[in-house]
Write a protein that binds this ligand. Structure first.
Ligand code: IPE
Ligand code: IPE
Ligand code: MG
Length: 253
């Protein structure tokens, strides 16, 4: 499905580099929200917002690269998003291919590695194929890790992890006494990732919507009213600069 947007695209200025390069978050997680409301405001169908939101992903990669952020995790589709109308779901499931078709060369140039978290197998075949191609193609890149949460639900993740832990205890691969937080975390999709340092949610909503409940235990939260399709380097930079002022105490003093 291709849609034409009845307006000229806003020219966006690339942001200046950060003046302070200390205390950069290693891992930034983003709940990309507000595509539907962005479209509604313009009397466009919701899918126009999703389409426009693809460009925000690329701007985010550029901004993260510039700020020396190592990992960006983007919440692209939740396990609850299957409740949406089938047409909208179908459109969303075609977006990874569209995104990669246009932007994979730039991602390669920027040395970006692509990964996913979530129930990958339950995605439509054409979505899996496009994403798997990008994962394979970028496998040896060692720059920014761009991690898409696709068909991701945190409670499901935790329940699956618990089942696997119990199976391993039953098979004597793991002892009950040895089980601790660090070992439990190895059963999550995020086993190879450090916890996010900064969580951004766009569109004014201030909730987690089943995103990384375990991993966000000590993450700094930053909310903006900006709808995802309007997200740009300047907004990303603003979030980083505010993060740089935060004091993380992890329960200490
Ligand atoms: C975020 O935008 C994209 C996805 C959840 C897939 P929404 O589609 O949730 O937009 P709003 O929240 O309805 O404005
Ligand atoms: C969260 O946004 C999921 C993604 C951004 C993929 P939703 O728009 O689905 O969240 P709720 O329903 O407003 O909590
Ligand atoms: Mg939403």
């Amino acid at each position: 499905m291709s849609i034409r947007l009845p307006f000229t695209k806003k020219k966006r200025k690339e942001s200046e580099p950060l003046t302070n390069t200390e205390n950069i978050p290693n891992h930034v997680a983003i709940i990309m929200d507000g595509n539907g409301r962005w479209a509604k405001k313009r009397s466009l169908p919701r899918i126009a917002g999703h389409k426009e939101g693809v460009d925000s992903v690329v701007r985010t990669v550029r901004a993260a690269h510039k700020c020396n952020v190592n990992i960006v995790t983007l919440y692209a589709f939740s396990t609850e998003n299957w409740k949406r109308p089938q047409k909208e779901i179908d459109f969303l499931m075609k977006l990874p291919k569209e995104f990669l078709h246009i932007h994979l060369p730039e991602l390669m140039e920027r040395n970006v590695r692509i990964q996913t978290i979530g129930e990958f197998d339950a995605l439509p075949a054409h979505t899996k194929e496009a994403v798997q191609y990008a994962i394979d193609k970028t496998r040896n890149n060692d720059g920014l890790l761009l991690n898409f949460a696709l068909n991701y639900g945190s409670r499901y993740e935790i329940v699956q992890a618990t089942k696997q832990v119990m199976a391993d205890i039953q098979n004597s691969k793991l002892s009950m006494d040895a089980l601790d937080e660090e070992i439990f975390a190895k059963y999550l999709y995020t086993k190879e990732l450090s916890d996010p340092d900064l969580l951004i949610r766009t569109s004014g909503e201030q909730r987690l919507s089943n995103f990384l409940l375990w991993q966000l235990a000590y993450t700094e939260f930053w909310f903006t009213d900006v709808y995802w399709p309007d997200f740009d380097e300047a907004v990303f930079k603003q979030a980083i600069e505010e993060y740089q002022q935060r004091q993380r105490r992890y329960g200490g003093i």
